[in-house]
Design a protein around this ligand. Structure first.
Ligand SMILES: *Cc1c(COP(=O)(O)O)cnc(C)c1O
Length: 236
């Protein structure tokens, strides 16, 4: 078999395992598998893998570096995929992110709203936004995100901004701590957000190691990298 065919087989088998894990977690949680969307995180892997994934029915892919994501999105423009930006955003890169990302999952501060809005409008498109909420214990330096007290103001700013559509929340479980309590907190934040913003129904939570916990606590999207693509190079 050619290397590309081998890689296609590998991705297909991995995807099958991940889809089965999501389905089993849904059964366990009394939810419908159709209510949990899979975003395959393709960071550090080539556009050729994105193409193979699209052939296998993947519709949503995630990237965390704006240049790498922009290049791959351009190379794969014919595939009609939805591109999710899931990495930390420098304010001077925010407009460039909004020029190609369909969903920006990592909006974590007010300062990003104006450049994201400008980038979306310049590109003549609507960009869906999730607020990344910090799930780290208070006073720790962790995996980024807005603190709970800032979410309402940030949500309002996104909701008011031209070219941006507030869709919900995203969270990353804290390193070295159980994911369940963190995802439970995220679910509470999401419920609070929906009081003012009833259409902001997305909860993006769960990665390769903790997707079951995420589904249990109501995730509508899981972001899966290594379980589909294999382990990434060490420097990330
Ligand atoms: C890399 C990454 C993922 C995917 O992680 P895996 O453990 O490889 O599944 C999910 N979410 C974010 C924010 C990431 O940076």
């Amino acid at each position: 078999m050619s290397p590309a065919a081998d890689r296609g087989e590998e991705l297909s088998a991995n995807l099958e395992v991940v889809r089965a894990r999501i389905a089993a977690a849904c059964v366990e949680a009394g939810r419908l598998p159709a209510d949990v969307d899979l975003v395959v995180v393709t960071k550090y892997f080539p556009a050729s893998d994105v193409r193979l994934l699209a052939d296998l029915g993947v519709s949503d892919v995630g990237e965390n570096k704006y240049q790498e994501g922009a290049a791959k999105a351009a190379e794969c423009a014919d595939l009609g995929l939805s591109w999710h930006f899931i990495g930390s955003i420098q304010s001077n890169k925010a407009a460039a992110v909004a020029a190609y990302a369909d969903v920006v999952e990592s909006v974590d501060r007010l300062k990003l709203v104006e450049p994201l809005s400008r980038g979306a409008q310049q590109a003549g498109r609507d960009v869906e936004c999730l607020i990344q909420v910090s799930l780290d214990p208070e006073q720790t330096i962790g995996r980024g995100g807005a603190v709970a007290a800032d979410v309402a103001r940030l949500a309002e700013a996104i909701a008011q901004a031209d070219g941006l559509v507030l869709r919900g929340l995203m969270g990353v479980a804290p390193l070295g701590l159980p994911a369940g309590p963190a995802f439970s907190r995220l679910a509470g934040e999401a419920e609070a957000l929906r009081v003012e913003h009833p259409t902001a129904t997305v909860v993006s939570a769960g990665m390769s190691g903790d997707l079951e916990e995420a589904v249990k606590y109501g995730a509508t999207h899981v972001r899966i990298g290594s379980s589909v693509l294999g382990s990434r190079p060490r420097f990330q």
